[in-house]
Design a protein around this ligand. Structure first.
Ligand SMILES: Cc1ncc(COP(=O)(O)O)c(C=O)c1O
Length: 400
C-alpha cells in the first residue's frame, strides 16, 4: 500500500529505459554479419564512430571506448607512465573498483577524507598532498562534484596530473565546463545504473596526444590496429611494441547500444535533475533529513539521491529507518550500515592496513542512498518521498 493509503505499486527503480529503437537496425546488421570485433572493418566500426561522437559531445580531442569505467581508470593511470608504487590521492567515498584500479595499475591509493556534503574534504586533501603524491584521481561519487577549482589549483601548482572518475557525472557542468574535461583524463561508465546503459562499458577522454596514444595501444590496439584511430600517427610509431597490451577493448554491439543513447543524454540530465530536486526539496522539509545542496559552480546530472539522517544518534535508529522505508516499498541503503557495502572504505581489506578516516566514517554511517532514475514520473517521486518521510516519522514516533 502507498504511504497515503492508496494502493499503488512501489516504483521499480532498477529497470533501465528501453534502448532507443534506432539501435535495432545496427544490431541486426552486426548479428547478420558477425562483425563484432572493433578492428575487423577497415573503417567506420561502431566503436570508432562512438569514440568520434563522444569526443565531439564532450569537446575533447580524443576518446577511447573500453570494457568498463574501471578499465578506463586503469588505463588512465598506466597512460600517465607513473613509476611502480606511485602514490595516488583518491577520495575515501567511492566504489571499491576505484582503489582497485589504482592497485591494478601498480600504484598505491592514498585515501582522502570526504565530508558530509559527499565531497572531498579540501583541508585533508591539501594536508595529504605532499611531495610523494604522483597523481590525483577524483571520483565525483554519485555525481557530487568536489571543488575542482581548488583541486586543480593545488595539483597544477605541484605539476601533478588529475584523473576525473566521472562514472556518475555524464552531463554535469562545473563553471559551465563539462565534468571529465577539467582534469587531464576523464573516465565514464556505461554500466546499467549509469546515465547511458550498455550493460557494461566505459570511455576515457583526453586532449593529450601522448596519453591518448599510450592508452589506445595498451587497450589492445595490437600490431597496426592503431591506424584505425584518427591522428596520433607519430606517437603510435613511437610507442609501437614498447607497451603491454591489456586488452580492455569495447566490442561493436556495446557501441551500437550506446550510440543512439547519446542523443538522449540532454533529456535524461534535465529529467534526472528535476526529479532529484523535487524529492530533495520534499525531504529537506523534514527535521530528520538533509540533502546537501550543489556547490555554486556545479550543475548536477543526478540519477540517484543521497541524503543524511539528522538526529539519528544510534545506529539502531538508522537501521530502523532503512527497514521502515523498505516496509513502505522504498529500498534505501545507509552506506555504512549495510553489510559488506562496496562503498564503505573499511571493507576495502585488499588495500591492507586501512587508515582511520573519522569524517568519512561518520558520514557513511548516516548517509543514505536511493536510486532515482530519470524516467520516474511525479507519482513515483511522491511515492518515494512519502515513504521516506513516513519512515523517519515511524522511527522517531517509536523512539519518543
Ligand atoms: C564512482 C564510480 N567509479 C567507477 C565505477 C566503475 O564503473 P564500471 O562498473 O563501469 O567499471 C563505479 C561503478 O559503479 C563507480 O560508482
Amino acid at each position: 500500500m502507498a504511504p497515503d493509503g492508496q494502493h499503488r505499486p512501489a516504483p521499480n527503480v532498477y529497470d533501465a529505459e528501453p534502448i532507443p529503437e534506432a539501435a535495432r537496425a545496427e544490431i541486426e546488421r552486426l548479428l547478420s554479419s558477425g562483425d563484432l570485433f572493433r578492428y575487423t572493418a577497415p573503417e567506420g566500426a561502431p566503436v570508432a564512430l562512438l569514440e568520434a561522437e563522444f569526443a565531439e559531445l564532450m569537446g575533447s580531442r580524443y576518446a577511447l571506448a573500453v570494457s568498463s569505467c574501471s578499465a578506463a581508470l586503469f588505463l588512465a593511470l598506466k597512460a600517465l607512465d607513473l613509476p611502480r608504487g606511485a602514490r595516488v590521492l583518491v577520495p575515501a567515498f567511492t566504489f571499491a573498483a576505484v582503489p582497485s584500479a589504482v592497485v591494478h595499475a601498480d600504484c598505491v591509493p592514498v585515501l582522502v577524507e570526504v565530508g558530509d556534503d559527499f565531497r572531498v574534504d579540501m583541508a585533508d586533501f591539501e594536508a595529504r598532498f605532499d611531495d610523494t603524491i604522483a597523481a590525483v584521481l577524483i571520483s565525483h561519487m554519485r555525481g557530487h562534484t568536489s571543488d575542482m577549482d581548488a583541486i586543480m589549483a593545488l595539483a597544477e601548482a605541484r605539476g601533478v596530473p588529475v584523473i576525473e572518475d566521472a562514472a556518475h557525472s555524464l552531463g554535469t557542468l562545473w563553471n559551465g565546463r563539462k565534468i571529465g574535461t577539467i582534469g587531464k583524463i576523464g573516465c565514464f561508465s556505461f554500466q546499467s545504473y549509469k546515465l547511458v546503459n550498455a550493460g557494461e562499458g566505459g570511455i576515457m577522454i583526453t586532449d593529450d596526444p601522448e596519453i591518448a596514444a599510450r592508452a589506445v595501444i595498451m587497450s589492445g590496439a595490437y600490431e597496426h590496429n592503431w591506424k584505425k584511430h584518427p591522428g596520433l600517427q607519430n606517437s603510435f610509431h613511437h610507442w609501437q611494441n614498447r607497451l603491454p597490451l591489456y586488452n580492455t577493448r569495447m566490442q561493436n554491439l556495446s557501441a551500437a547500444v550506446i550510440r543512439p543513447q547519446l542523443a538522449e543524454v540532454a533529456r535524461r540530465v534535465r529529467d534526472g535533475r528535476a526529479n532529484h530536486d523535487y524529492v530533495a526539496a520534499r525531504l529537506n522539509g523534514s527535521p530528520w533529513m538533509a540533502v546537501p545542496p550543489a556547490l555554486p559552480q556545479e550543475e548536477r546530472a543526478p540519477d540517484s539521491l543521497q541524503f543524511n539522517l539528522k538526529g539519528f544518534a544510534r545506529d539502531e535508529e538508522a537501521l530502523a529507518f532503512q527497514d521502515a522505508a523498505k516496509a513502505r516499498g522504498v529500498s534505501v541503503q545507509v552506506f555504512g550500515l549495510s553489510r559488506d557495502n562496496a562503498r564503505a572504505f573499511w571493507n576495502w581489506q585488499f588495500l591492507g592496513d586501512l587508515p582511520d578516516l573519522p569524517k568519512t566514517r561518520a558520514m557513511l554511517m548516516r548517509a543514505c542512498d536511493v536510486r532515482l532514475p530519470a524516467r520516474l514520473r511525479k507519482p513515483d517521486l511522491d511515492f518515494i518521498a512519502d515513504a521516506l518521510l513516513a519512515a523517519a516519522e515511524d522511527v522517531k514516533a517509536r523512539a519518543a
